[in-house]
Design a protein around this ligand. Structure first.
Ligand code: SF4
Length: 315
């Protein structure tokens, strides 16, 4: 972990990245992942879709300081292409040019990939999860086909070793880690499966943040030979991961597969001031923006940005 931390800080120049995700809808999902609160065979979450006004208000809140590297838009496995494109175009107009848009959606083909690119999308988060096809109803081959599509469409490929539970063997983790490396991921990461009561996999338990940080370190070292990898994330955000090689955290609002609240910002989702503070406490000295520019992450910035966010939200 100490070696990964040192080489990562050297590799990324002590820069961190802030990412934000809006879960734009909830519905019983045919992916039926045994760890996800939206799986259609066990979900208790009501169907809900954020209106365009709500999405734009959340996008504005995430980007008002102009220090968000990328805004993620997340759907269920099935999504309506036309509505997604409409949302992307509207969001693109409302957020600063230095913030990129990334999608976290179901499998898609090259025609859709090119449409996304033309609409202003820079990247896509996609994973062939641990035990995909066994603990989920999705096909590992379809997931990998979408990796290729993402690369062929010219999008940045955001990947992750997830969702890690105590039952996963080192061999399974290594195989999944190198799958992302093999497809030239722009971002690699590690995420633990979060214990949510009543899920089909709940009785398998949850790994500690310390074990997660050790896997973050392995991911960090495993990507050293991958030219495309430009950052390492840890999900959910925590300081141990940020001192074991990770330099990225996500803030979240709306739907969240790891949360039983319809709007995760009132529960598990970290907000922007808390995320900035965590990166600062982990010793990062700059935030990288989506246009390559940097902002110094120091105490005056932390205070000024927190006052601005809190003041405007009236909290
Ligand atoms: S993790 Fe994604 S694909 Fe799986 S059930 Fe949840 S929303 Fe659907």
């Amino acid at each position: 972990m100490a070696v990964a931390d040192t080489v990562s800080r050297r590799r990324f120049g002590h820069e961190a990245m802030l990412l934000g995700q809006i879960g734009i809808e909830t519905a019983p999902c045919p992916g039926d992942c045994g760890f996800c609160v939206f799986g259609e065979s066990h979900t208790q979450i009501p169907k809900n879709t954020l209106s365009m006004e709500e999405i734009l208000a959340r996008a504005e809140a995430f980007t008002r300081r102009g220090d968000l590297y990328a805004l993620f838009l997340m759907t269920m496995h099935d999504f309506t292409n036309e509505r997604l494109l409409e949302i992307i175009q509207a969001v693109r107009k409302c957020i600063p040019p230095e913030t990129q848009i990334v999608v976290n959606i179901g499998d898609f083909d090259i025609a859709q990939g090119q449409q996304l690119r033309s609409a202003g999308v820079h990247g896509a988060y996609h994973v062939c999860r641990l035990r995909e096809g066994t603990d989920t109803s999705l096909s590992p081959e379809d997931r990998k086909k979408t990796f290729r599509t993402i690369r062929d469409a010219g999008l940045d490929f955001y990947y992750c070793c997830e969702p890690i539970g105590p039952e996963h063997t080192p061999e399974e983790l290594v195989e999944q880690i190198f799958l992302g490396v093999g497809y030239g991921c722009f971002q690699h990461a590690a995420m633990r499966r979060v214990f949510v009561s009543g899920m089909p996999l709940s009785d398998r338990g949850q790994i500690t943040e310390l074990r997660l940080a050790q896997i973050v370190a392995v991911v960090t070292l495993a990507t050293l030979g991958c030219q495309e990898t430009q950052n390492i994330a840890v999900h959910e955000p925590n300081l141990l991961g940020l001192t074991a090689g990770a330099n990225v955290v996500y803030t979240e609002t709306g739907a969240n597969p790891r949360d039983t609240e319809v709007d995760t910002s009132s529960n598990r989702g970290l907000d922007m001031p808390a995320a900035r503070k965590m990166l600062y406490e982990a010793g990062f000295t700059a935030l990288r923006l989506g246009n390559g520019r940097k902002i110094a992450l120091d105490l005056p910035y932390l205070v000024e940005s927190a006052v601005d966010d809190v003041g405007r939200d009236g909290v």
